[in-house]
Design a binder for this molecule. Structure first.
Ligand SMILES: *Cc1c(COP(=O)(O)O)cnc(C)c1O
Length: 398
């Protein structure tokens, strides 16, 4: 057993790990992306990528988004309950879900197959109202949407429902599978499939006003996929799925206070299973957040944080509630604050190294920035930086 040096603890230290949501950055990202399409639908699914669906929705709508996209009517209902009146599209309700809220709250539904269309028609008949639908063609994901071989029948049935007055087909939509690589030939193939699908819809007697295919990666990297509307989620949160551009601003910032430090000799085993052993005398700093707060355990042994303006490695395994930083010879003390994710770029000419980004955490964990972001836990204290009021001149941010 290795005896360690004196341990400094601050009794009653109240600072906690904090997730700061930069709505000013959301406003910037929305304006930038909205300028590249006729109509930007802000996708606020999964509680707005973990940032807060209502905050994300309101900010996006104030800065150029014209409508909202969600996965289910449950998410749509939460927006309506918060007083959000903008158009909403929901695209992944189960065929046996209660579709009543679509009618009562005026939420458009994506329809991927005949069973779904029948459920929409039944709900509309019962409530004697028509439902706005977007027919959803699988353009090459083999995930969601209507398989192409069933598309003509779906269009014919939708035209029948329009004559009956139960549905109104306002859109035809698809989704890109490979847009994170702008050069992938699959992007052009998907566009051709959507174009053909729209022609089939017209032949069936439908007149959808909006065609939509692109999400964030399409808007940023595949301009030809931008049609009448784009469904953008990740980009609002500062994520470029291609990792190629740097025009978006980071939205999620996570900091954590040092709650304990100890000086240890070389050869000290750190944390569970001594997954790390120090190679030299060093100072270890304890941060009170871990995988229960959303730090991926797979990033153990790779991740770094910013402490005293320096990138320092996390050592040992990421635990449920805590991680250990090897602070080296930095004069770290309890109460100092480490940046764990995505602070602003360092001031020009300043001495600080850049803070770790969501994209780096994703690499360290063999994961995706989206997954790191949506995983940031409810236990983190949340703070919000307000967006500038709508209409403020944001020229500097373009
Ligand atoms: C999540 C999702 C989007 C938004 O994609 P981002 O890459 O987050 O912009 C758009 N359309 C569908 C069908 C989705 O599931």
């Amino acid at each position: 057993m290795t005896l360690t040096g004196p341990v400094a603890v601050v009794p009653g230290l109240r600072a906690r790990p904090v997730l700061t949501v930069r709505l000013d950055a959301v406003a910037h990202n929305t304006r930038l992306l909205a300028a590249r399409a006729p109509h930007l639908m802000a996708v606020v699914k999964a509680d707005g990528f973990g940032l807060g669906a209502v905050d994300l929705a309101r900010t996006a709508l104030a800065h150029g988004a014209r409508s909202l996209g969600v996965t289910t009517l449950t998410e749509a209902s939460a927006l309506r309950a918060a007083g959000v009146t903008a158009p909403v599209l929901s695209w992944l309700d189960a065929p046996d879900a209660d579709l009543t809220p679509a009618v009562l709250l005026g939420v458009d539904l994506a329809v991927p197959d005949l069973a779904h269309l029948d459920a929409v028609r039944a709900t509309a008949r019962r409530l004697r109202r028509s439902v706005m639908v977007h027919l959803y063609l699988d353009c090459g994901t083999a995930r969601d949407g209507c398989p192409p071989e069933q598309w003509a029948r779906l269009c014919a049935a939708a035209a029948d429902a329009e004559r009956e007055g139960t549905v109104h087909v306002v859109g035809v939509m698809g989704h890109l599978a490979c847009a994170a690589d702008p050069d992938d030939p699959e992007n052009a193939a998907a566009l051709a499939r959507l174009t053909h699908g729209v022609a089939q819809a017209s032949a069936a007697g439908l007149h959808p006003a909006v065609r939509h295919l692109a999400a964030t990666a399409g808007v940023l990297g595949v301009p030809g996929s931008v049609l009448d509307l784009v469904r953008v989620g990740a980009g609002l949160a500062g994520i470029d799925p291609s990792g190629r551009t740097s025009v978006l601003r980071d939205v999620a910032h996570v900091t954590a206070p040092v709650v304990q430090v100890r000086d240890v000799p070389a050869g000290t085993g750190v944390g569970y299973d001594h997954a790390h052993r120090t190679s030299a005398p060093t100072r270890l700093a304890l941060l009170p957040l871990g995988y229960a707060d959303g730090l991926p355990v797979q990033a153990s042994g790779r991740a770094e944080v910013l402490l005293h303006g320096r990138r320092r490695p996390l050592v040992g395994r990421i635990s449920m509630d805590q991680v250990v930083v090897d602070a080296g010879d930095l004069p770290v003390a309890p109460g100092d604050v480490a940046t764990v994710i995505g602070a602003d770029a360092p001031a020009p000419g300043g001495a600080d190294e850049p803070a770790p980004t969501l994209a780096e955490w994703a690499r360290w964990a063999d994961s995706l920035p989206h997954a790191i972001l949506t995983g940031l836990g409810a236990r983190l204290e949340r703070r919000t930086v307000a967006a500038p009021s709508a209409g403020t001149d944001l020229q500097e941010s373009r």
